[in-house]
Design a protein around this ligand. Sequence first.
Ligand code: FES
Length: 308
Amino acid sequence: MTLDLVVGKTEEIAPGIRELTLVRPDGRLPPYPAGAHVVVECGHGRRNAYSLTGCGVEPDAYRIAVLHIPDGDGGSAYVHGLRVGDRVRVSRPRSAFPPVATARRHLLVAGGIGITPMLAHVRAALRWDRPVELLYVHRPGVAPYAEELAGLLGDRLVESTDPDEFGRLLQAALREQPIGTHLYVCGPGPLMDRVLTDAAAAGWPPERLHLERFVPAALDPGREFVARLARSDRDVHVPSGTSLLDALHAAGVAVPSMCRQGVCGECRVPVLAGRPLHRDEFLAADERSDAVMCCVSRSETDALEIDL
Ligand code: FES
């Protein structure tokens, strides 16, 4: 279900980064957990997922911050071109990166525009008095929300503009946490990979690591496989380079979709047999044996039986 919203305010909060405040003149906005995102319809069939920066309780507006990507698919340029009063269609908020309520402590690591879901996490942690600290690496002079975060967190915010220094700060932060701390990371792929590698080396168990990719990971075309549609007793061939979602659509099988980036959860399909090759950011570890996000994920086995 989508929401028809109106741009209430638009502001450049850092070079190349524009914050949009979206309001709903005719009704209340659904609440959401910190770390949630909305999928914005960006014209010409493009849909991009953007994190909401509020804590999500009784929101009077949805706020997103969008980095202009000159060589992107045009979605960010579309958002940057929006003006006050323009209408925008967005999905209801979807949660794929929420704080863990039972965590003893929340260690947040953000790189660049990856700060957006972390701002929501910080606001939620402070609202419910949960221990939190933030390690924020950014380019000099391009630090969205840094001032606001400094006011919210004081010395619990550590900033760095130097990759080597960031590495040392990260190592120290990973070592110093009490057992029961959960780690959340969002930023460019190489930064996230580094944080996850260092955390694993420092002995952090995977169930205490949470990540949010704001740019979809580059996906290889994958090998071909067959999707067995159990209910309709049909086989659909999925060639290399074609997504399972597109192959199903080409075969006339209706499957809903929104983001096509593996983050919104819309295209989830139950798996009955075979082994999915998961490439999404949506499914939790305990959901991965019997479901697949067919916009990005594929099959490890020659055939994947799905409940369609
Ligand atoms: S369409 Fe959003 S996860 Fe597949």
